[in-house]
Ligand binder design. Structure first.
Ligand code: AMP
Ligand code: ZN
Length: 436
């Protein structure tokens, strides 16, 4: 199999050179971080007052972790290192309400992130002769635009289809002979389930590959996708805080994801003790972005559970590999690729005057897609109302939730006392999706 590299020198560099590049870039990032209101306070408290205080990569360990809450509490500009006139793009994390987390990119940052994205695409053997249908949402979510820019840099023809309208998606695939999809695995399986209805055979399409990510999925899901479409599916990992997709990507060997260590420093910690774990041990992934200066982010606590390893890859890329994401250590749900915290749902439901005191959140599979059901108890006087009044209330709750979490749940209304009561810690979330 011919291996193509976007930047052979960096992708196959020996570990020592990668570590020395990381140190050089880390110092530069520390210089930028010291320009931000947040790190200007944080770094001196651990004795880092200038980049010269970083003598080796081990000095990174002195820096406390940065959490999603830190980002929220310092919204909107606490992590900004430059004047906004230097910023060419912002993104926010998907599915957050109230205070979102925001990232800022300068022209140089965007260029660097685009290059890493192009490298990821290239590692799968995809070239400018391929046609990408980008079925991730565009807009504030990083998934759409960041992949779009990377694919354009590779020189591919990009169809910015975004998510939804499955019939049109399939038509686009047919009309433009799409060869590569960028899509969540659940949506891709949903597309397959619709083909018969549209009278389309897999053989009518020109698909060769799919980049699947944004949500957890198992090796079996990959195999299912590959069998159903007769394509290769590559796991793509990223998060908005690190610029979105392209943090780690599988190469043609599809054997875990190369994490691009010239752009990110990856650590794995024990979720209970915070201790840094050796390669091969499962724990929480901590990431430091080395290529974004408008908004530096040091030791970001992703809450994703995974492990790193150095098993040689036949592609000869030397960067360590990241395992599939094995779970999360917080209660964040990923519903059809959108991040939802149960607290967001509670916030909305509890401010609706007709709603009583009890509610529950169910997540289920409906075909290939996830379905969110929010069950709420009402005050009795409302429950005795007319059917039309009940329907209006359901619509109102669903609309308010959609405005907050960006997905539309099914609403079930219940009489008072009908939902389970918990004397201890309430079980608010019931996730009935099959375990990975
Ligand atoms: P967002 O910030 O909206 O891009 O969401 C990022 C989160 O989505 C990550 O922290 C992961 O929990 C999840 N995620 C992204 N890509 C993958 C993947 N390939 N496998 C499993 N989870 C993923
Ligand atoms: Zn490889």
């Amino acid at each position: 199999m011919e291996i193509r590299y976007w930047n052979k020198d960096i992708e196959t560099a020996d570990i020592k050179s990668i570590r020395s590049l990381q140190l050089q870039r880390l110092k530069a990032i520390i210089a930028s971080a010291l320009q931000t209101p947040f790190y200007k306070k944080k770094l001196p408290s651990v004795g880092i007052n200038s980049p010269d205080d970083i003598k080796s990569l081990d000095d990174l360990r002195r820096i406390p972790l940065t959490s999603k809450d830190d980002l929220r509490q310092n919204y909107p500009k606490g992590f900004l290192a430059v004047d906004t006139s230097e910023v060419v793009r912002i993104h926010t994390s998907s599915g957050t309400t109230g205070v979102p987390t925001v990232i800022y990119l300068s022209a140089k940052d965007l260029d660097a992130a685009t290059d890493i994205m192009a490298r990821s695409i290239y590692a799968t053997g995809t070239t400018k002769n391929d046609i990408l249908q980008n079925m991730m949402s565009y807009g504030l979510f990083t998934g759409g635009l960041c992949m779009h820019y990377g694919a354009e840099r590779v020189g591919m023809m990009v169809i910015p289809a975004a998510g939804g309208n499955t019939k049109r998606q399939v038509q686009l695939m047919k009309d433009f002979r799409t060869t590569v999809l960028h899509i969540t695995p659940s949506y891709l399986l949903h597309v397959r389930s619709k083909l018969d209805e549209y009278g389309v055979n897999v053989g009518d399409l020109a698909l060769k590959k799919a980049f699947v990510g944004a949500e957890p999925h198992s090796e079996n899901t990959r195999k299912k996708i590959e069998g159903l479409f007769n394509i290769d599916a590559y796991n793509s990992y990223g998060l908005s805080e690190m610029n979105g997709p392209g943090v780690a990507f599988e190469c043609v060997h599809k054997n875990d994801l190369h994490i691009w260590e010239d752009a990110y420093i990856a650590e794995i910690i024990n979720p209970k003790t915070g201790e840094i774990l050796p390669d091969g041990s499962e724990g929480e992934l901590i990431l430091t972005n080395l290529i974004r200066h408008a908004m530096p982010l040091l030791r970001y606590h992703t809450r994703d559970l995974a492990f790193l390893h150095t098993d040689p890859c036949p592609c000869k890329r030397t960067h360590r590999r990241l395992s599939r994401i094995l779970g999360r250590t917080d209660d964040m749900l990923i519903i059809n690729g959108v991040n939802v915290f149960p607290s967001q749902i509670e916030e909305v439901v509890m401010r609706i005057p007709e709603v009583g005191t009890n509610y529950q959140i169910y997540v289920e599979k409906e075909g290939a897609l996830d379905r969110l059901v929010v069950k709420v108890e009402l005050y009795s006087k409302i429950f005795l109302g007319e059917a039309k009044q009940i329907d209006n209330l359901k619509t109102k709750i669903a609309d308010e939730l959609r405005a907050s979490i960006t997905i539309t749940p099914v609403i079930e209304l219940h009489e008072p006392g009908m939902l389970p009561v918990f004397e201890g810690k309430a079980v608010r979330v019931v996730d009935n999706r099959p375990k990975l």
